[in-house]
Ligand binder design. Sequence first.
Ligand SMILES: Nc1nc2c(ncn2[C@@H]2O[C@H](COP(=O)(O)OP(=O)(O)O)[C@@H](O)[C@H]2O)c(=O)[nH]1
Ligand SMILES: [Mg+2]
Length: 286
Amino acid sequence: MASNICCILLGEDGSGKSSIGNFILRRHAFVSGNNPGKFIQESESHSVKLDNRIITVVDTPGLFDTKEYLLRRLINVQSSLDFAQLGRQFFLLVIKYGKLTETVHHTADLLKIMFGPKVLEHTIIVFTHEDDVMVKWKNIENLVNELDEKESIQALIDECGRRFITLSNYDLDAHLGQEKLEKLIMMADALAINWMGYCEESFNVYRRVLQKYANDWKGEHLSEEQIKIIKKEQKQEERKDTVFSNVAGVLVGAGIGLLGVVTYAAGPVAVGALTAAVPVIAKHIK
Ligand SMILES: Nc1nc2c(ncn2[C@@H]2O[C@H](COP(=O)(O)OP(=O)(O)O)[C@@H](O)[C@H]2O)c(=O)[nH]1
Ligand SMILES: [Mg+2]
């Protein structure tokens, strides 16, 4: 039987995250709309039962265009993983078709410092607003080729293992919508098979490092240099934590081993003492 899965929606405000969340849930659970009042500030989740398993969808605040400092926003979006206890997590990076801007180039790095260097191995890209652009460009390749940022967008698609779908959230009820939903769930299930589990310790390290810088780096952007510093420190801290837990493991193992040796050595001594004591005790009883 297919496992429970948990889909975390990531992307800019207005990209179509909430709409796609509703699309997966098949009900209007998340508020959606194109004005700031409709954009959420904290992650929220809803679930649906589908073919005897639970699909949880976590909607998150937009990554950019916010009044909040970028690092604070990232920490906020990162907390979406706290909801994701119910199944194997995968990420849906939602990008508005007509808005493939330079922020997309930045997105891969932001995802990595929030969720770790392997996050794109668990990510599917969803290009929304297909209806708006299809008339002009016909398909994503044509559209991407027109853009100045085409190399970084292609690189992002490649890093996600070329897992992407294109859709219009307005096809929600149509036959086409159903087909796309099935395709999406199939991709997610394929990811779930190879799912290695999210290491909570590593995740706590990513969070800790972001928090460390959040008070000092209060900008709306992070420079490439700042991202490099964060990545490097996360890697070092993760390694330290791994070494620490390995050493702790070895110490515990050694302790158990020592106890075994003591028991092993003490065993014959105890048996010998008992054997010697039995005739003496027996004599006293007589
Ligand atoms: N034309 C078109 N509009 C869409 C599509 N997806 C979402 N929208 C609209 O774009 C606006 C923002 O969508 P929403 O899901 O709230 O974006 P979010 O801020 O990322 O959660 C809403 O008015 C949606 O109706 C799409 O595929 N095509
Ligand atoms: Mg929304």
